[in-house]
Each structure stands twice: as structure tokens, then as C-alpha cells.
Design a protein around this ligand. Structure first.
Ligand SMILES: NC(=O)c1ccc[n+]([C@@H]2O[C@H](COP(=O)([O-])OP(=O)(O)OC[C@H]3O[C@@H](n4cnc5c(N)ncnc54)[C@H](O)[C@@H]3O)[C@@H](O)[C@H]2O)c1
Length: 360
């Protein structure tokens, strides 16, 4: 895909989006964001660039608003299991129904490419040694089910005018303006830095593919630029063989990155034993020139340096702004968003806000 193509990135204001959108902008794409801004106030480090952003809920978007784009990168979602457990209906409505509606409108608007940010979580706790894109899907949570439902429905929309692609990410880590400390390596590093101690509650054996947020941005770019026939209606596990880690390895890497940090194992009944070792051969085969630049060790070093610069304290590390579930709960409790997860104050003048292009 040549430069300056027009790309709509939903969820550009979130953890991955606030890295990916400026990255693609820097690569010459004309990027417009669309985000309801749940986490606009949750900034750990400054934004890297100004990205024109329409503040809107993806559930309310119209086909007219989608006219003129060459591709949609769809990141917007309620982005983890705990939020899905809080209220299953919200996750279904935004992640599956919202995605299906958005893709249907994108197709109607004549947008040829639609890249869905999906997840390896859909493989569930796999009995298989490794899971590839043809492995049975065994979603165990509402969040995982929402991604499966969205993928299935989008598959049915594919035709010679509309090419959906499903990028199944591992767990993402690394520094982002809209930081999340509720993903595994970021959490380990925050604990290591602010308490000098990492506690692993599972038995440490579960496999977890982890991928750096900047590599995710680059991988999505590769998909964006690929000939349609290579990515049409295809799913890809996003990562590389060498970035499959066991939880105990991630704990060790984080502990070794912070001088004096202790690594403790305190197995607890009911601890997170989800395990999935992903096979990344298909991505490698399809994108032979692409290499994942970040290892978990590099990412741990990056976070350590950033935490030093910020002077990260335990109170900031555990602040509700950096745990998606806690912040959404806060928005609900403070009545900033209503029972449908829409902003209460935006509702009154929604059309004005939707027309307005802001930055973020
Ligand atoms: N972070 C990971 O480890 C990871 C792993 C696999 C897949 N993913 C997927 O990648 C995507 C991005 O993840 P993230 O970590 O950046 O999540 P995030 O929670 O940080 O960002 C999601 C963004 O979507 C926006 N959003 C949510 N609902 C919306 C709605 N109804 N209308 C408009 N905007 C809405 C939020 O305001 C937020 O800015 C998600 O689809 C997630 O499921 C993330």
C-alpha cells in the first residue's frame, strides 16, 4: 500500500493505539483516529504525536463517516477478561456486535481492508503443545468469546471487495502513553521497580506469547501493506517462536532487570493458569522480510529506564488509571459514563462532538 493512504484507527487513544497511530502517521499514512476516550485521562508519558481523532462511540458510527478510507484498523474494544466478567453484555455489545456493525458499514462504504485486533486468548487453555491458526478455538471467557464471534461474522463478510484480516496478538508489553499495568510483563516490571519483589501466583509453567507494542504496530503495518491475496480473510498469530515465554521466565527476566529484585513463587488456588504456546510459522511464511525487534529482556530494560525517568512510585503504578477494569469502574461509579458505557455529558451534544476533530 503506497504512502499517504487514508487509514481509520479505532481505539487509537488506548494502550496499543497511542503507539500504533503515531507510528503509522510517521510512516506516511494519513491517519484518523476514532475513540470514545475512556482512557484519555490515563496518561503515563507524553503522546508521541498529535493524531486527528473523532471522539465517538463505535456503536454510533454511520457509513457516511466511514467514506473515503482505504483501510480500517480496528483496535477499539473492552480489552480484557476482567472487564468481560464485570458485565458480559458490554463486552458482547462492543467487541462482537459493535465490530460486526462497524465492518458491515466499512464494507458498505467501500473500504477494501479491515484489520481486526484479535487475540491468542481465543485458543483457551490448550491441550495441544502449540496452537496455530487452524487449532480449535476454545474461548473460556466473555472477552475471548467476543473475539471469536467477531472473527466468525467478519469471515462471512469477506468477498472480492472486502478483505478482513484477523491479527491474533499475544499479550502486549512495552511503554505506551496510555500505559496498562494489567498485562503480565508490565505488571511484573512495575512491581519489581516499586516494591523490589515479584510474586508469581501460578506455578509459573503457563506459556504466554508476549509481543512488544512497537512490534505490534510494525506487524499491523506489514498486514496493511501486503497484497490483498496474501491477507484476504486470513488469521495470523502475531509474534515469533522466540517470544513464547513461560510465566516464570518473564518473572525472572523482570527480576533480573531491576537491581536487588526478589522473585517469589506463591502458588494460589484459582491463580491464572491459562496457557497457550503459539505457532507463528504462518506470519513468518507470509512476511519473510519482517523481524520482531523486541525480546522481553529488551522490553524490561526499556520499562526500567522509563520508570527511572518518571520516578515511578508504587502509588502511581497501582493507580486506577493504569488498570482498565479499575478505571472503567471509576467512570461508572462517578456517573461519567452511563449503564450503556456511553459518556453522560457527551450525550446531550453528541452530534457536535462527533463532528469535531480533536487530537490525542
Ligand atoms: N494489550 C494486549 O495485551 C492485547 C492483546 C491481544 C489483543 N488486544 C486487542 O487489541 C486492541 C487494543 O488493546 P489495548 O491494549 O490498546 O486496549 P485499551 O483498553 O488500552 O484501548 C482500547 C481503546 O478502545 C476504546 N474503546 C473502547 N470501547 C469503545 C467504543 N465503544 N467506541 C469507541 N472507542 C472505544 C477505548 O477508549 C480505548 O482507547 C483490543 O481490541 C484488544 O482486545 C490487546
Amino acid at each position: 500500500m503506497p504512502d499517504n493512504k487514508r487509514i481509520l484507527i479505532t481505539g487509537n487513544n488506548g494502550y496499543i493505539g497511542s503507539v500504533m497511530a503515531p507510528w503509522l502517521q510517521g510512516q506516511g499514512f494519513d491517519v484518523i483516529g476514532l475513540d470514545t476516550g475512556y482512557f484519555s485521562a490515563c496518561t503515563l508519558v507524553p503522546d508521541r504525536a498529535v493524531v486527528p481523532t473523532v471522539r465517538a462511540d463505535l456503536r454510533d458510527v454511520t457509513a457516511k463517516e466511514l467514506a473515503g478510507f482505504d483501510a480500517v484498523i480496528h483496535l477499539a474494544a473492552l480489552s480484557n477478561d476482567p472487564i468481560g466478567n464485570l458485565n458480559t453484555a458490554w463486552t458482547r455489545e462492543i467487541n462482537s456486535q459493535g465490530t460486526i456493525r462497524l465492518a458491515t458499514l466499512a464494507k458498505q462504504a467501500g473500504i477494501p481492508r479491515f484489520i481486526l485486533s484479535s487475540s491468542c486468548i481465543m485458543y483457551g487453555t490448550s491441550e495441544a503443545a502449540v496452537v496455530d491458526e487452524n487449532s480449535p478455538l476454545a474461548p473460556r471467557t466473555e472477552y475471548a468469546r467476543s473475539k471469536v464471534e467477531a472473527e466468525m461474522a467478519l469471515r462471512a463478510l469477506a468477498d472480492d471487495r472486502f478483505s478482513p484480516t484477523f491479527c491474533r496478538n499475544g499479550t502486549v508489553y512495552g511503554l505506551s502513553p496510555r500505559m496498562r499495568f494489567d498485562t503480565v510483563l508490565n505488571d511484573f516490571m512495575g512491581n519489581a521497580f516499586t516494591t523490589g519483589r515479584i510474586v508469581i501466583h501460578s506455578d509459573g509453567t503457563p506459556w504466554r506469547p508476549v509481543v512488544h507494542v512497537q512490534d505490534v504496530a510494525r506487524a499491523f503495518q506489514a498486514v496493511l501493506e501486503a497484497p490483498l491475496e496474501t491477507i484476504h480473510n486470513e488469521a495470523f498469530n502475531i509474534g515469533a517462536e522466540e517470544i513464547n515465554y513461560q510465566i516464570r521466565d518473564l518473572g525472572r527476566i523482570a527480576a533480573e532487570s531491576v537491581p536487588g529484585c526478589e522473585l517469589a513463587s506463591v502458588p494460589q488456588p484459582g491463580a491464572d493458569q491459562r496457557t497457550y504456546k503459539a505457532d507463528f510459522a504462518k506470519f513468518k511464511r507470509t512476511f519473510p522480510g519482517f523481524s520482531f525487534r523486541w525480546t522481553a529482556k529488551d522490553g524490561a530494560k526499556e520499562l526500567y529506564a522509563a520508570f527511572q525517568e518518571i520516578g515511578l512510585k508504587h502509588s502511581l503504578f497501582t493507580d486506577k488509571r493504569f488498570t482498565r477494569l479499575s478505571w472503567l469502574r471509576h467512570l461508572i461509579d462517578s456517573k461519567s459514563i452511563d449503564e450503556s458505557l456511553r459518556w453522560t455529558e457527551v450525550r446531550a451534544d453528541a452530534s457536535r462532538n462527533r463532528a469535531k476533530v480533536s487530537t490525542g
